[in-house]
Design a protein around this ligand. Structure first.
Ligand SMILES: NC(=O)c1ccc[n+]([C@@H]2O[C@H](COP(=O)([O-])OP(=O)(O)OC[C@H]3O[C@@H](n4cnc5c(N)ncnc54)[C@H](O)[C@@H]3O)[C@@H](O)[C@H]2O)c1
Ligand SMILES: O[C@H]1[C@H](O)[C@@H](O)[C@H](O)[C@@H](O)[C@H]1O
Length: 336
């Protein structure tokens, strides 16, 4: 079997994690080039690889010999440029979420794909590959709890990175719930309302954390998302679907409950790299298999665009305090 040569763009926390996964848990692929404007960082990551070239310019990594597919893990605002370089070379892409922070950038990515006449971009909405989310999706698809009415979601991070902004609570964090809700329900999000309580004392100065985000769907379902990125105690992603004939809940993380010395309890994951380890592996395996055939199989640029349009409405709603409608372009036939 031939191995797929991958360029990894951005070698920070997520990029380095993907590089490790490709080496250890994903067969049929190898990293042949890495890029990061931080020269020391990119050399350090390249040093863990056998024969990969290190670049400070993403375009040079994408054009490096042996590159057949591109994995983008740079910050959101840098995604569009790297995707367009990859599409110029007709290379399959796995781009970390968000596809782009704004819908205008996502539309340009879709235009480039439409010029090529095929989909080459997959967005890293890895929750679609999480076994618990998959089970919930199967239940809803099988009408297991009747017609859905609510999704109650909690998304908590132990702490936020230094570069995190109030807008990013929506465009970088809640974007996962936006995609999960669209996928679980098979409906678009049509309006967003954001409530911002008094910030937690643990939130960095100026960060509006936590927030409550209300999403309304085209099918009349209401999705509430508590986003709290400095909760202090760990990483939690929970979702309860309530339907006309029952409810189903995932993300309680009760893999093992210990009872000892007059107490009961278990551990809370501290990080997404632990909670979603399986999902990242399965996402990568699926992308590598499809990319080897020159295709993509998972969430596509339309999904990235729709999520960016909801983020834009959510950011406006948070600033105005007013329910804000989502403006969505017509879905091009390529994404039908
Ligand atoms: N799917 C998930 O659960 C998940 C988890 C964490 C991060 N992410 C996403 O992964 C991406 C990276 O996040 P991170 O946490 O690794 O951030 P990070 O800050 O740890 O790493 C980003 C890296 O990109 C580099 N970089 C900056 N500009 C660049 C450019 N123009 N081209 C290439 N590299 C550039 C930085 O020097 C840094 O090394 C973001 O899109 C983020 O939203 C996804
Ligand atoms: O970039 C990260 C990542 O997407 C995590 O999955 C999410 O929980 C964080 O809130 C976000 O900042």
């Amino acid at each position: 079997m031939s191995t797929l040569g991958i360029a990894v763009i951005g070698t920070g926390k997520m990029g380095a994690d993907h590089v490790r996964r490709i080496g250890r848990t994903v067969g049929g692929a190898r990293v042949v080039a890495v890029a990061d404007p931080d020269g020391d960082r990119v050399k350090e990551v390249a040093g863990t690889l056998d024969g990969a070239t290190a670049h400070t310019d993403p375009a040079a990594a994408i054009a490096a010999p042996g590159v057949e597919a591109v994995l983008i893990a740079s910050p959101g605002p840098a995604h569009e440029e790297a995707i367009l370089h990859a599409l110029e070379r007709e290379l399959p892409v796995l781009c970390e979420k968000p596809l782009t922070p704004d819908p205008a950038g996502a539309l340009r990515v879709m235009e480039a794909e439409q010029r090529l006449g095929r989909r080459l971009v997959q967005v890293g909405f890895m929750r679609r590959y999480d076994p618990e989310y998959e089970r919930l999706k199967h239940l809803l698809d099988a009408d297991g709890i009747g017609r859905p009415l609510f999704l109650h979601c909690r998304h908590r991070n132990a702490s936020s990175p230094s570069f995190f902004t109030s807008d990013m609570l929506i465009s970088d964090s809640v974007v996962h719930e936006v995609d999960a809700a669209r996928w679980l329900l098979g409906q678009e999000i049509i309006a967003v309302t954001v409530l911002s309580p008094r910030p937690s004392a643990a939130a960095p100065e100026g960060l509006s954390d936590p927030r409550l985000v209300l999403l309304e769907t085209s099918g009349g379902v209401v999705v509430d998302v508590e986003i709290f990125v400095n909760c202090g105690f760990g990483y939690q992603v929970q979702c309860e679907a309530v339907g006309e004939a029952g409810s189903a809940r995932i993300g309680d993380g009760h893999a093992m409950v210990v009872q000892s010395a007059g107490h009961w309890g278990g551990a809370i994951d501290q990080d997404f790299t632990v909670r979603f380890a399986d999902a990242y592996d399965r996402q990568l395996r699926s992308w590598v298999a499809a990319a080897g055939r020159g295709r993509v199989a998972g969430p596509d640029a339309w999904d990235g665009y729709a999520a960016a349009a909801v983020s834009e409405a959510g950011i406006a709603a948070a600033r105005s305090g007013v329910r804000t409608a989502v403006e969505l372009a017509e879905r091009p036939p390529l994404y039908g």
